[in-house]
Design a protein around this ligand. Structure first.
Ligand code: FES
Length: 221
């Protein structure tokens, strides 16, 4: 009896039985493929930044309001103004996260604006990559991250020369318009996209590669 049962496993069966088994195997594979596809599409989509999925939504992706009380302190030819804000950043699977950030804002006089392109030609190479003007309504917004190795610089840092940005980590210094003046930084300050939406000043965040003369975008929220 045992020998008979063992031999039955070796029996390939009739032609109909073989066809049925083949059909069931193929159907199982096809169903698995469809299920994988259904699961993979939203998974892959969730990993693509909003800025790539929907570039027309904002030009960048995620924009944050700058507090009006701080923004209104920016005056043409005045000192740069440090503006803190809450940046909600969504990435992949993770829900939007609060991220306390700050930027530096300056406003140019018409005369300063005319010469700005000549003084900061490195910034204008960016316009084609980020699709926004460097100067918006005479304002320029700088990232608060030092282009050398990523520390946060300050305006009129205690102990550093007056009327310039200075970084406490390795002593890089920058003019009010973000030009490199001293220190190991390989480039001037980095700009951030800025816009006016129904009277609200908004920025979006760009992370640039540090330590390089070229301005390379690492992430653009
Ligand atoms: S990180 Fe700013 S000078 Fe080095």
């Amino acid at each position: 009896m045992a020998v008979h049962e063992a031999q039955s496993y070796k029996d390939p069966g009739t032609f109909d039985e073989q066809s049925r088994r083949k059909f069931l195997a193929n159907a199982t594979l096809a169903a698995g493929g469809v299920i994988s596809l259904v699961l993979a599409v939203p998974l892959v989509t969730s990993l693509i930044p909003e800025s790539l999925l929907n570039p027309s939504k904002s030009g960048g992706g995620t924009w944050a309001d700058l507090p009006k009380a701080d923004f209104d302190k920016i005056a043409a030819d005045g000192d740069p103004v440090k503006i803190s804000f809450d940046f909600k950043y969504a990435d992949g699977y993770f829900p939007p996260e609060d991220d306390d950030q700050f930027v530096w804002g300056i406003k140019l006089t018409p005369e300063q604006e005319q010469g700005f392109r000549a003084r900061r030609p490195d910034l204008y190479a960016l316009e084609s990559k980020v699709d926004y003007p460097i100067i918006t309504q005479s304002y320029v917004i700088f990232s608060s991250i030092c282009p050398h190795l990523g520390c946060r610089f300050e305006w009129n840092l205690p102990g550093a020369p007056k009327n310039r940005f200075a970084c406490p980590c390795h002593g890089s210094q920058f003019s009010r318009e973000g030009e490199k003046l001293a220190g190991p930084t390989p480039r001037g300050l980095d700009p951030l996209p800025f816009r006016d939406r129904d009277g609200k000043a908004q920025v979006t965040w760009i992370q640039y590669k540090s330590g390089q003369a070229d301005r390379i975008i690492v992430s653009y929220s």
